[in-house]
Design a binder for this molecule. Sequence first.
Ligand code: BTN
Length: 323
Amino acid sequence: MSELNEQGNKLLNLLADGEFHSGEKIGELLGVSRTSVNNYIKALQEIGLDIYKVTGKGYCSATPLTLLDKQTIKQVSGVEHIHVEQILESTNQYLLDNMDFLKNGTACIAEYQTAGRGRRGREWISPFASHLYFSMYWRLDAGIEKASGLSLLVGIATVNALEKIGIQGVGLKWPNDLYYQGKKLAGILIELKAQASDACHSVIGIGINVRMSAEQGKLIDQPWVDLNSITVQPVDRNQLSGLLIKELHQLLMDYEEKGLSPFLSRWFDLDCFINQQVNLIVADKVQSGICRGINEQGALLLEIDQQIKPFIGGEISLRLANN
Ligand code: BTN
């Protein structure tokens, strides 16, 4: 399935206002019986929409919905090559599948992912119209060596975009996560297609928690936070997507030209663990040390016995020492 059918869309647009709508009125709009109305409501609930029923009043979405809008995203970003889809397996997979035909910097955003993926083979739970599921195709002409610092750069670009919509206080956890007050706000998954001595084709996937329902939150096995509990004003995913595209294009071009050096001090300011005692789990071994930021290759710098050692790649997991 790549999009809702005509009736599903009509119902979605009706309920988007967050007001009550009677079963009778919905039935008339869709041209179906009251029993079928129930089935259409169930179908939307199954993909994660929080719709409830009050006897005598009808059906209502728990919050008003602002759906993704390609025109607004194009306008905010100033970029033309943007794919906005309702339903995809995964926005990363979509770009990987279509990579041969894509212009560099093409973005893909979906309302819903049927098999959104996180790192280490985990699922990224992706309810309809709730969060931001975003991917971008970027070709690194310098090849695979340049890919090691990519997730750090992407983290900085994401924090910049969030700051531009007024969200302050978001930090970065090396190498792939955005945190707010000790809870995960967003994650980055970069997938590569590369051959030695050739350009490296990357798909940069970013998932940002925007509006998590209590039900969905229960399915996540680590402390999390969403943007709507950080701000008073509900976050507009179209604005955020547009600014994220703009910021990524700018920073990725700078990165290709100058590497990570110009970004080291910004990382230092955003690093959640800077100058703190941490444990780094490399394969099955634990390395304890003081976090001293990153180097120009994107390696984590740990001070161990008064010596600074770089750590990069593989299955490395970073924790505060007292956690
Ligand atoms: C993580 O495990 O923290 C990384 C999560 C990355 C999720 C995003 S959502 C958009 C893109 N498409 C996917 O299937 N995954 C990434």
